[in-house]
Design a protein around this ligand. Structure first.
Ligand SMILES: NC(=O)c1ccc[n+]([C@@H]2O[C@H](COP(=O)([O-])OP(=O)(O)OC[C@H]3O[C@@H](n4cnc5c(N)ncnc54)[C@H](OP(=O)(O)O)[C@@H]3O)[C@@H](O)[C@H]2O)c1
Length: 428
């Protein structure tokens, strides 16, 4: 299996060097794709925005440190400070012209990934209006290939097999799925009318690198586990430091070997599972599809086997030394209502609830054929993979220690500020 190299250097400059615009450059998938494109010798414009006093350039520089990207490679990247929700992406005139005049391919990763109904307006603004703003800029330019990073979950509220094609969907679990579905249609119409090749990449749930466990995002797969780990730390401290009164009140106790009993039934179905893809596979699959399919299409970047929730629970119990956690069918909660800890857990993971009862299966025959031809294989989600990812997550305190010394993989590099425009900067 092709895996993400720990240290990123230009491996081989290729004759077919292209210029890419990658949106969502500070995100999990956008940064991984951008770094891989750089490693292949391409030029990359990275659309990113500042946050909490950190400029877009400073944020990208920190990410490049995390990836251990060398100076030569960094010089192939320029940061465009922008905001999807603004007309012309909030770019200044010079940057708009750079996108129009120089970009050959676009990789659109920027997205509001919130599932919460309360954030509906925000999600629509980024995922729909943002896409329209991007397409408006692209329309004028030389770009002939548009990679839309969508999601396998555009399938919506269905059961059974989800086809690797555009289809009709009547209902969605949340605003995220709905806007991602609508975005596919908007991009398809636009690309069709403007002679642009559209690639719709639909990953399922992406977790960290299968070999190292490294990740930049601790949501989706990680979030429910992080919640259980939070309970574990809370009640262990209570038992060890405060006579365990709170723990007792919740029915939590500790065995003599240190195993913590957490009475949590996770509402699920026996057949439920999650479809998990490591980020190194996602990146390798993206590159393989791009190379093999000049005519574009819809591609399910998924695992051919779901991981049963029941199996995940076994992994969680073993890795974290927990007992008492198990899955239970909805009927059981009628006979025996949820206890305090279960209500707390449910409250924490509310937005993921429907995914705990998911039995959708993603057909991937087109993508599988491409990947097989290039020896790109999605690994099984084994206990070893799970443990590697959880070790990294715990080491990084679920993201809080992500950029601290020791995880950057290299000495911090100074910013080579080439100031071609107020917004366009090298993150070298
Ligand atoms: N990760 C997965 O498991 C997964 C699975 C299926 C599909 N996907 C899709 O993959 C793509 C990337 O997701 P991800 O996991 O990388 O998520 P992520 O880490 O949350 O990244 C989202 C990126 O979008 C940017 N963004 C959001 N709103 C923006 C706005 N209004 N203007 C400019 N930039 C904006 C974010 O910028 P800030 O950093 O400034 O917020 C961030 O760089 C998304 O389209 C998502 O739907 C992801």
């Amino acid at each position: 299996m092709e895996s993400q190299a720990r240290s990123v250097r230009i491996t081989y400059p290729i004759n077919h060097q292209k210029t890419f615009l990658v949106t969502g450059g500070t995100g999990f998938l956008g940064s991984h794709l951008a770094v891989r494109l750089l490693a292949y010798g391409h030029r990359v414009f990275l659309l990113a925005r500042g946050r909490k006093g950190d400029s877009a350039v400073a944020r990208v520089r920190r990410l490049l440190d995390w990836f251990d990207v060398d100076d030569g490679t960094r010089s192939m990247l320029e940061v465009l400070e922008g905001e999807m929700a603004q007309p012309l992406l909030g770019l200044n005139e010079g940057d708009v012209q750079a996108v129009i005049g120089r970009v050959d391919e676009i990789v659109h990763c920027a997205s509001d990934t919130s599932f919460s109904a309360r954030k509906r307006d925000h999600v629509v603004r980024t995922n729909i209006e943002g896409l329209q703003n991007l397409l408006e800029v692209v329309q004028e330019g030389r770009c002939r290939a548009f990679h839309l990073i969508s999601t396998a979950y555009v399938a919506g509220m269905v059961s059974g097999v989800c086809r690797e094609a555009f289809g009709d969907v009547e209902a969605f679990h949340n605003i995220y799925e709905e806007t991602k579905f609508r975005a596919e249609r908007i991009a398809a119409d636009h690309c069709d009318q403007n002679g642009i090749v559209l690639y719709v990449h639909r990953p399922s749930i992406v977790y960290g690198d299968a070999n190292s466990g490294r990740t930049l995002l601790f949501n989706a797969l990680y979030y429910p586990i992080r919640t259980l780990n939070y309970f574990q730390r809370l009640y262990t401290r209570d038992i060890q430091e405060n006579n365990g009164e709170k723990a007792q009140g919740m029915g939590v106790h500790m065995a003599s070997d240190g195993t913590l009993y957490l009475p949590v039934r996770i509402e699920s179905l026996d057949a439920s599972g999650v479809n998990l893809v490591p980020v190194n596979h996602f990146v390798a699959a993206f590159m393989a599809i791009r190379k093999e399919k000049p005519e574009g299409g819809v591609f399910h970047i998924v695992n051919s086997r779901n991981t049963a929730i029941r199996q995940l629970v076994v992994y969680i119990r073993r890795f974290f030394q927990l007992s008492g956690i198990r899955i239970a069918e909805p009927d059981e909660f009628i006979k025996q209502p949820k206890n305090g800890l279960e209500l707390l857990f449910e409250n924490h993971i509310q937005v993921y609830g429907s995914y705990m009862r998911d039995s959708r299966v993603f057909e991937n025959s087109r993508t599988a054929a491409i990947l097989a031809g290039q020896d790109v294989v999605c690994p099984d989600f084994s206990y070893e993979t799970f443990a590697t990812c959880m070790r990294y997550a715990v080491d990084m305190d679920w993201g809080r220690r992500l950029y601290q010394e020791g995880d950057t993989g290299c000495a911090k590099k100074s910013l080579m500020d080439t100031k071609r425009s107020p917004h366009r900067k090298s993150a070298g």
